[in-house]
Each structure stands twice: as structure tokens, then as C-alpha cells.
Design a protein around this ligand. Structure first.
Ligand SMILES: [Zn+2]
Length: 557
């Protein structure tokens, strides 16, 4: 994942204005000296992992075998110990499900007229169930607004509804989308987890729906239909479960907004009005009075992928932990570029972050073990929905209640040194104080992400830990470049997202300027080292969505 740079909104004051406990004041943080960090390591690991030989590092392929063998060797050489008993690995059981022979989506109106929608152009659908055949027949369609059940906010779009066997139609993002400020039940224009599509499908399954269809809308989704189409067709990875996904909906999918408009019109409803109504507290779901049918076949195969774990034991409190995470996986073979290149090498995303794990391990070893232990965790299947990090968080090798916090690294900026850094989820936790102190020591300004409505905080591996209460920071080099300022920075960022991001041209470039990367690496070092040298337990800020679960986890330790 890396799509943080997009619209640049200059001079935006984005203070979430939440209380920060005074014991986390930057002045109380330990002093850190940064040892020499190896640019040669960053280059070598990035170049090796993104070579065609590694075939784009898709989970369950020969590319995975090469990747995990290479990483183990680098972790060992850096002086780490195996992080899972005697093993460098944690097995992550996955199931690969590929849909085929997908029928059109047909919608039968009250008067018996049938509308037919084509796969890929009008809709996409997959199943999370290990079923050879999915057959949805005449399933009543219900519009459930944003599909949110948030008892702590007194908000329930499913209030009084029984959606068993039905197809729920859902809006993407959350009810505060479109507001300017950061005030509101759902974080104002900042997206909350209730706005993510993953949440929508989770809740629909909890409600017992047969199918869940999200209405695609470019602005609140933060990406175009092309991304939906390419991501939701072809083989999909899910976590293996004991019940083979029996508690999931039969089908999860997306429909184009134009498709939704036609369905609403056929049921005598107006989509625009329904969307406005869905933003209001007390919104009542709308029975569309039409029936959906859809079928497809599935091939499925169980595969074990692996997280790679190394540990540097703490000198004073080895049973307290600090995490560094980066995903090693990428997209593997993918849609070919015009020149025939069909390997998505993922050099920036995320060979760079993985290389940083190795370079940081070397630096920590050079400096000597800090008080707390450091876990270097290279996770699999981030690109398939944060599956490797989710698996670790749900099956932690080291207790989460004893994990003080962590730093996630996903795709370094290759644009050269920047005067600022972009902090995703600024205002969420007391770790902000650590980031601010590190930035200050490096003479850089820690800016909030310019587009919190895009929900980046929920789109990389730190979120798997946050969801279970562990405070995690996620930041990277900003766009205000030392050479050329924000104009140059945003142009380079745009070039990356348009021409390389998740495509075959995210490749290693021998002409890259690594000075910005090395400056960012110093920040990651400082934050992790400070956290490993303090005896404080930073928490989520008062009122944050993850605070209650952390309090509970720490109380149980
Ligand atoms: Zn990534």
C-alpha cells in the first residue's frame, strides 16, 4: 500500500485536538543517538527483493520461498535471533479462492421486469466462503445506508431489521464524509473504521445477510472503479478458518453508482435522496422491494504463507516489546505493461520497508540492545487485506499486553529529502510525542496527513495491531522537499501513484537518490529506540476508538 500522496492541501491545520496526557510530554522522552545507518544495506535488500527473480513476491509462490530465505539470512547476519522459538517463521494459513463463470447480476423489479448487469463493467463479486458454487436466488434487496452498527455512538443502520437471506446495499465511507472539519460523530472528514469496506462486509456477515454490495463512488472510496475491478477479480487470499468461512456472507461485492441508480429507480427510490437520508442519525433502512440473483463457481486451495520474525532481546526488560513491522509481500505476476512486463516488483512497495527492517536491525545491534526487546516483523499478505499482520496480532508470539507499541513502514518516498513528514493518524495516540521529538531532533516538521477522509490509517499493517489495542505509528517522508518544495514533491508523488503504484513499473532504479530514505530511516530508528528505552506505556488518546481495548488488555496482563 502506498497512496498517501495525492491531493495536497497546503497549510491545512488538522489538529484533532484531543487531550494528550502530560506524562507523555516530549521532554520526558529518553535521549537517543543515532548510529551510522547503512545505505548499502537499504540498496542491496531493496534491489534483491524487487528483482525479477523474486517474481513480485506473491504469497504461496516460489517468490515467497526466495524472499523468506533471503530475509532469514539477512536477519541472522544482522545479529538477530529467531523470533518464534527456534524458528524465524510464523505460519499464516491462507486460502486462495478464485471465482469463475460469474453470471450477470440480475435484479427483478416489483412488476416482474428483469434488469441484467455485467460483471466487471457494472459489478464485481467474490465469496469468503470455501464453496465450489455460490448461488444467490431472488434475494430481497435492502438499502442499509452506511451499514454501521455502532452502539457507543447510538447509531444502528440495522435497527429492527432482519436481513437473513437478504442482499444489503451499502454506502462506502461514513456519515461524516463531506464535512469540512474534524468534528462529528464519525470524526468529521477523517474516516473512521466504520467507513472501510472491510467493516461493511464484517457487519453484514454479523447481521446474517446473504450478500453485501457496496455502492462505488469515487470520492468517498478514494479510488476509481479500475482499482475495484482489478482488486476484486482473479484469485483472492483470505485467512483460513475452522468453519471455512461459513459465518461469512455468500457474496461480497461492489456495484457501480450507475448500477445503483438504476436499481433504486426500478424500486421507485431516488439514490441521491437515500444517500442524504443515510447521513442522518436515526436513518431507517429502505426495503427496495426488488430481488437480486447471482451465481459463480470457485476454485479454492489452502496455502501456508509465512511471517518472518527476528528479535533483539532487551538488556533490562526483555519481556517488554517494541515492534517494527513491514510487509514483504507484493502482487506477483500482474496485468502486463505495454512492453509485456508482467511482474509487479514492488520495489518501493514494500521492498524498501522490508530493507529498512534489516538496516534497523543492524543499527540496533551496533548501538547495543536497548532496555526493551525489539521485534522485527516482516509480514505476509498485506496486499490481500493485511492478513499476515492480522494473523500475528490474533496469534501473537509475544503478548500484545506487553508490547509497548510499534512503528509500521510501508513504502519509502524516493523523492529525496523532505522538510516535513506525513503522520497518518496524527492525534490518535500518545506515540505522537515520540514522533514529534524525533522530528524535532532531525529538524523536520511532523504534519498530519492532508487527506484523512481517505482512511489511510486503516490501510496498512499497523492497523491490525491498533485494532487489538497496540499503539502503532505510521508516518513517512512528506512532500515539502528540500529541493523544490511541495511543488516538486507533489509532482513526484503523483508520478509514482499514476505510473508505478501497484503496477509492473514499481522497479528498482539505480539512479535513485537515497538521502531522503536515509533521513526517514533515522526517524524510524529514533522513535523505536526511544520507545525501547522508556518504561512508559503510551496509550491511545482519550476518546480514541482503540483506547478501551488497550485498557482492557493492559489490565489483564
Ligand atoms: Zn504496501
Amino acid at each position: 500500500m502506498r497512496l498517501i500522496y495525492l491531493a495536497l492541501i497546503p497549510a491545512l491545520a488538522l489538529c484533532a485536538c484531543k487531550k494528550v496526557d502530560s506524562d507523555m510530554a516530549a521532554s520526558a522522552l529518553p535521549e537517543v543517538t543515532v548510529p551510522e545507518m547503512s545505505e548499502a544495506t537499504m540498496k542491496e535488500v531493496t534491489q534483491t527483493l524487487s528483482s525479477d527473480d523474486f517474481e513480485g513476491r506473491a504469497p504461496g509462490t516460489a517468490g515467497e520461498e526466495k524472499t523468506i530465505a533471503y530475509l532469514t539470512q539477512k536477519f541472522k547476519a544482522a545479529g538477530l535471533e529467531p523470533g518464534n522459538g527456534n524458528s524465524w517463521f510464523q505460519d499464516v494459513p491462507l486460502v486462495e479462492i478464485s471465482a469463475k463463470n460469474t453470471s450477470p447480476l440480475t435484479v427483478t423489479g416489483k412488476d416482474g421486469t428483469v434488469m441484467s448487469f455485467a460483471e466487471r463493467t457494472d459489478f464485481v463479486a467474490v465469496t469468503y466462503q470455501e464453496q465450489g458454487k455460490i448461488d444467490l436466488k431472488d434475494s430481497d434487496m435492502v438499502f442499509v445506508g452506511y451499514g454501521i452498527n455502532a452502539p457507543e455512538k447510538g447509531w444502528n443502520d440495522y435497527e429492527g431489521l432482519d436481513v437473513k437471506g437478504k442482499t444489503v446495499v451499502i454506502l462506502v465511507n461514513d456519515p461524516d464524509f463531506g464535512t469540512e472539519s474534524l468534528d462529528g460523530e464519525f470524526g468529521g472528514r477523517a474516516m473512521t473504521y466504520y467507513g472501510r469496506w472491510t467493516y461493511k462486509y464484517e457487519e453484514a456477515a454479523r447481521q446474517g445477510a446473504a450478500a453485501a454490495l457496496i455502492i462505488h463512488d469515487e470520492a468517498p472510496a478514494a479510488y476509481g472503479w479500475n482499482v475495484v475491478e482489478s482488486s476484486w477479480t482473479g484469485p483472492q487470499f483470505y485467512a483460513q478458518t475452522e468453519n471455512g468461512g461459513a459465518d461469512q456472507t455468500k457474496a461480497n461485492g461492489w456495484i457501480q453508482k450507475s448500477t445503483a441508480e438504476k436499481i433504486f429507480a426500478a424500486s421507485g427510490q431516488d439514490l441521491t435522496k437515500a444517500m442524504a437520508a443515510a447521513k442522518q442519525k436515526g436513518f431507517k433502512a429502505i426495503d427496495l422491494g426488488v430481488k437480486a440473483s447471482l451465481s459463480f463457481d470457485n476454485d479454492f486451495a489452502k496455502k501456508n504463507s509465512k511471517n518472518v520474525i527476528g528479535i533483539l532481546k532487551g538488556a533490562k526488560r526483555p519481556d517488554e516489546y517494541v515492534l517494527y513491522t513491514a510487509h514483504w509481500d507484493h502482487l506477483g505476476r500482474c496485468t502486463a505493461a505495454p512492453d509485456g512486463d508482467d511482474i509487479c516488483n514492488g520495489a518501493v512497495d514494500n521492498a524498501t520497508g522490508t530493507a529498512a527492517l534489516v538496516a534497523l536491525a543492524e543499527a540496533f545491534k551496533t548501538q547495543g540492545a536497548p532496555d526493551r526487546s525489539i521485534i522485527f516483523l516482516a509480514v505476509t499478505a498485506e496486499e490481500s487485506g493485511l492478513l499476515g499482520s492480522k494473523y500475528y496480532a490474533e496469534n501473537p508470539v509475544y503478548p500484545l499486553s506487553k508490547t509497548a507499541g510499534g512503528v509500521n513502514m510501508d513504502a519509502f518516498s524516493m523523492a529525496g529529502p523532505a522538510k516535513n513528514l506525513t503522520v497518518i493518524g496524527k492525534g490518535k495516540s500518545q506515540l505522537d510525542a515520540f514522533v514529534e521529538a524525533a522530528a524535532k531532533q532531525e529538524g523536520r516538521s511532523p504534519d498530519a496527513e492532508p487527506t484523512p477522509e481517505k482512511g489511510f490509517y486503516y490501510r496498512s499493517d499497523h492497523f491490525s495491531f491498533a485494532k487489538l489495542g497496540v499503539p502503532m505509528v505510521y508516518f513517512e517522508g512528506g512532500e515539502d522537499l528540500v529541493n523544490g518544495g511541495t511543488k516538486a514533491g507533489s509532482a513526484l508523488a503523483k508520478d509514482y501513484t499514476e505510473n508505478r503504484y501497484h503496477g509492473p513499473k514499481d522497479e528498482y532504479d539505480p539512479n535513485w537518490d537515497w538521502s531522503g530514505v536515509m533521513a526517514d530511516l533515522r526517524l524510524y530508528y529514533r522513535v523505536g529506540r526511544m520507545l525501547a528505552m522508556t518504561d512508559s506505556w503510551p496509550n491511545w488518546n482519550e476518546g480514541d476508538e482503540f483506547r478501551a481495548i488497550r485498557d482492557k488488555s493492559r489490565a489483564e496482563k
